[in-house]
Every structure is written in structure tokens, then in C-alpha cells.
Design a binder for this molecule. Structure first.
Ligand SMILES: Cc1cc2nc3c(=O)[nH]c(=O)nc-3n(C[C@H](O)[C@H](O)[C@H](O)COP(=O)(O)OP(=O)(O)OC[C@H]3O[C@@H](n4cnc5c(N)ncnc54)[C@H](O)[C@@H]3O)c2cc1C
Length: 264
């Protein structure tokens, strides 16, 4: 084990040779386990992908994942700190967990999960009432409590400050008896599928993982060895495999490391 050991050059002739700050090394098998580029202040780099490129292997550009979304300043006013259970969809992936409104945008497990499927410009859809068909619910309440105002009704199912902000910024508030069927339908549809386009993410600075990395088609799924360069292995987050929240990235790092270890 060599700690704090910068690699200055890497070459391959009969085997691999590495020039490092702590001397030269040579080996027949080389396992690249340098992770992904998230949270660079912890020492992470895109070294693995650079090595792949150096040997002519394809890779997918790294992108921040499991990361909060940012929105323009003033988005939803001062609702930071509010959290609620929601269902969030992004490019076909659907997650139902806690959502957290932050000073800069949206976070919480459900947002982090969705962010792994998001690219710049994509919309996300948020179901604020995932257990309800909101339009049916509003119609039933209009019959049962025609005088109740939308804001008061929504406060029964959503945090009060959020219900208030939604009624100020998205819906016209008023007693339900004043709502035409079309307006009830549209209000319900927005509550079940609120479409938002994030302006960005918090980036690698806070991303828990990164999507992208060495193209899995370049590697043997049995050994994790490069198909093109005998003896060169890639494991863990350097490879284009991204885990959901819940320990799956650690699991992949350990399992792929164990697997390559059987063959080096
Ligand atoms: C804040 C945070 C929380 C996380 N929480 C979870 C979680 O709860 N569950 C989960 O499953 N995953 C979690 N992850 C993701 C998980 O940590 C990674 O997916 C996993 O550690 C990847 O393992 P790895 O061995 O591929 O790379 P890493 O663990 O990143 O190790 C790579 C090592 O290579 C070193 N390195 C990089 N470049 C060079 C270079 N040029 N020369 C020498 N050394 C280099 C790095 O310093 C690092 O020590 C989290 C990540 C972060 C950042």
C-alpha cells in the first residue's frame, strides 16, 4: 500500500509500468479503482477515464448524480425546510420518497434518485399527492364542502406554507363552488404531475456519485478486464455503473473489486 502516491506516467509493453512519486512499479495485471469525480475536494479525479482513453477504450462522460436540483432564485419564495412525501418522475424513472425544498431548489432522497436520470433541459414531474387522484378528490370535496377555499383544503394534505404558495403562484384560490369542472381538472392534474425544469444541479461539489465512466461494453462482464487490453481491469465507480440510493454503489464497488480479484 502506497499512500498519497501520485502516478506520473503509465505505460504498457510486456506488462504495465507505472512511474510514481514513490518510485517505479511494474505488473502484469493493473486494476484501475480510482472511482468517479464527485466531491473533488475529497481527492476524487477522472483518472480512470483518462487511462481508458489512453488505451483506446470508450467511455461515457461523467455527470453529477444523486445530487440536488437548483432553480432560479426566488423559486417558491421562502419555503426552504419544507419536506413531504412525493413521487417524482424523470425520463421514465419513477421514485416515491421524501422531497425537501432548499434555499437553492429541491433535494431529499426522491430528488437525488431522479437526478441520476436527468440531463440539462429535461423536465421532472412531481406528484404532490401520490396516494390520490387529485381531480377526483377535488370534485368530491366540491360536492361535500362547496364553501371551502382551495388553500384550506390543500393544507389538509400538504404542508400549510406550501399549500399557500401553490395557491398564490400556480392556482387561483377561492371557494371550490366557484371552480368550473375544467379548472378543477387542471388543478388536480397539476397536483398529480407538476412539471418543472430545473436550471441545473449542485454539480460534482455535492454529488454522491457520478453517472458515466468506462463503457461497460469495453469490459468482460465475467472478469471486469478490458476486452482490448489484456491485463487491464476497471472496477467500481470508474465504470459506467451507477447505483440508486441505498448502498448499491458501495455494493458495486466491492462486488466488482472481488470479481476482478479472482482473475488478476
Ligand atoms: C458524500 C458521499 C456519500 C455516499 N454515500 C453512499 C452510500 O451511502 N451508499 C453507497 O452505496 N454509496 C455511497 N456513495 C458512493 C460511494 O462512496 C462510491 O460509489 C464508492 O466509494 C466508489 O468506490 P470506488 O472504490 O470505485 O472509488 P472511491 O471509493 O472513490 O475510491 C477511489 C480512490 O482513488 C483515489 N484516486 C482518485 N484519483 C487518483 C489518482 N489519480 N491517483 C491515485 N489515487 C486516486 C481517490 O482519492 C480515492 O481514494 C457516497 C459518495 C459520497 C461522495
Amino acid at each position: 500500500l502506497c499512500y498519497d502516491c501520485e502516478i506520473l506516467a503509465l505505460d504498457r509493453q510486456a506488462g504495465f509500468t507505472l512511474q510514481t512519486r514513490q518510485g517505479d512499479f511494474s505488473c502484469d495485471s493493473l486494476v484501475i479503482a480510482t472511482g468517479g469525480p464527485s466531491i473533488p475536494r475529497m481527492g476524487s479525479t477522472d483518472f480512470g477515464v483518462q487511462v481508458a482513453k489512453r488505451f483506446g477504450l470508450k467511455s461515457i462522460p461523467f455527470r453529477p448524480a444523486l445530487v440536488p436540483f437548483t432553480f432560479p432564485t426566488g423559486f417558491l419564495g421562502d419555503l426552504a425546510g419544507i419536506s413531504l412525501e412525493a413521487e417524482v418522475s424523470c425520463n421514465g424513472a419513477v421514485f416515491r420518497e421524501q422531497l425537501l425544498i432548499t434555499h437553492r431548489g429541491l433535494s431529499g432522497p426522491v430528488i437525488l434518485q431522479a437526478s441520476s436520470y436527468w440531463s440539462k433541459g429535461d423536465a421532472i414531474s412531481i406528484d404532490l399527492l401520490p396516494s390520490l387522484d387529485a381531480a377526483d378528490w377535488l370534485r368530491a370535496e366540491q360536492g361535500a364542502r362547496p364553501n371551502i377555499w382551495l388553500k384550506t383544503l390543500l393544507s389538509e394534505k400538504l404542508p400549510r406554507r406550501l399549500a399557500q404558495a401553490l395557491c398564490e403562484q400556480l392556482f387561483d384560490d377561492g371557494p371550490l363552488q366557484q371552480f368550473q369542472q375544467k379548472r378543477l381538472q387542471e388543478t388536480g392534474a397539476t397536483l398529480n404531475a407538476w412539471r418543472l425544469v430545473p436550471s441545473g444541479t449542485e454539480g460534482m461539489r455535492t454529488a454522491e456519485v457520478a453517472t458515466g465512466g468506462v463503457d461497460t461494453n469495453e469490459l468482460s462482464s465475467r472478469t471486469l478486464a478490458s476486452r482490448k487490453v489484456p491485463g487491464l481491469y476497471f472496477i467500481g465507480e470508474t465504470v459506467d455503473v451507477t447505483g440508486h440510493l441505498g448502498g448499491y454503489s458501495f455494493q458495486w464497488a466491492w462486488a466488482s473489486g472481488w470479481c476482478a480479484g479472482q482473475f488478476v
